[in-house]
Design a protein around this ligand. Structure first.
Ligand code: C2E
Ligand code: CA
Ligand code: CA
Ligand code: CA
Length: 279
């Protein structure tokens, strides 16, 4: 039994070593990728539910890996979030997204009159003492007005990080908007919404995809509560006409999803939308 125990410990040791090596490899690949321009942002539109007007673009990261091809964020963002590497990724995203919207506004001010760009900010980056300065820098370098930038954060980021509150206050003092992402999947109760320093919330797509009556009432409740607290509401993951119609009936004003437009590289967004074949 003793030697079997030792055998297991060795297997465990080996597994741990492999895991640590894999993580170190991924970290170094991400660093190389940032240095060599392997990352790209895709942009997905957020539209007005009743008028279909473009309100915002959410920036979603993609990695063109030289050997692995197109790597989705789920395959490297969680790993990057284990270390300070996520802050480097986040800084690149902030700089790129703000420049992109500034370019679009410059090229076509009419279409982008009050359009914002939304960037996902990880918990660790929100906690970082340099985030506020990085946001200020990105706005300065791009020339984008603060009100055009939305930072998407999750409930976990607010709960886990003691400095998150102070940073949110500073960011909102800059004039940047904050949106609570994946709402309904964490532990924030509707009552707590009043105290949170956010401007809008995004109802997680899992609620849209369940079409039982109970879940639909829940969505309606979230919309009503958000409005009561003067928050804008974005419904995520709208894939069908029926879902969009239901949202309109509930008074939910903003929506995002494959039915309205898939995430696309910067060069394809506006052109494709005008061609009207986005579905
Ligand atoms: P998220 O912030 O909740 O982003 C929404 C995800 O839903 C995106 O997946 C988007 O492509 C997908 N989506 C949009 N509409 C639909 C729909 O109608 N149906 C379905 N089934 N999916 C839809 P994506 O781009 O793979 O990103 C996954 C997650 O990775 C994001 O979830 C976010 O948590 C993270 N992420 C993406 N880009 C960044 C980034 O630049 N920084 C950080 N920190 N995280 C990022
Ligand atoms: Ca998001
Ligand atoms: Ca989300
Ligand atoms: Ca998510």
């Amino acid at each position: 039994a003793k030697s079997a125990g030792r055998g297991r410990a060795e297997i465990f040791d080996q597994a741990l070593r492999t895991e640590l090596e894999a993580r170190a490899q991924l970290e170094s690949d991400v660093r190389t990728g940032l240095a060599q321009g392997q990352f790209e942002l895709h942009y997905q539109p957020v539209l007005g539910v009743t008028d279909g007007r473009l309100r915002s673009y959410e920036a979603l990261i993609r990695w063109h890996h030289p050997e692995r091809g197109l790597v989705p964020p789920a395959d490297f963002i969680p790993a990057a979030e284990e270390s300070l590497l996520i802050c480097e990724v986040g800084r690149w995203v902030l700089a790129t997204a703000t420049k992109q919207l500034a370019d679009w506004i410059w090229a076509d001010p009419q279409t982008h009159r009050d359009v914002t760009v939304a960037v996902n900010v990880s918990a660790r980056h929100l906690a970082s003492p340099s985030l506020v300065e990085e946001v200020r820098q990105a706005l300065h370098d791009s020339g984008l007005e603060a009100a055009r930038l939305v930072l998407e954060i999750t409930e976990t980021a607010l709960m886990d990080e003691p400095t998150a509150d102070a940073h949110l206050r500073d960011l909102r003092a800059l004039g940047v908007a904050v949106s609570l992402d994946d709402f309904g999947t964490g532990y924030t109760s509707i009552g707590q919404l009043q105290k949170l320093q956010v401007d809008s919330l995004k109802i997680d797509q899992s609620f849209l995809h369940a079409d039982d009556r109970a879940t639909q009432s829940l969505v309606e409740l979230m919309v009503t509560a958000a409005h009561a607290f003067h928050l804008d509401v974005v419904a995520e993951g709208v894939e069908t006409r029926e879902q969009l119609d239901r949202l309109a009936a509930m008074g939910c004003e903003l929506a995002q999803g494959y039915y309205l437009g898939r995430p696309k590289p910067a060069g394809e967004t506006v052109a494709t939308r005008q061609a009207g074949n986005d579905h």
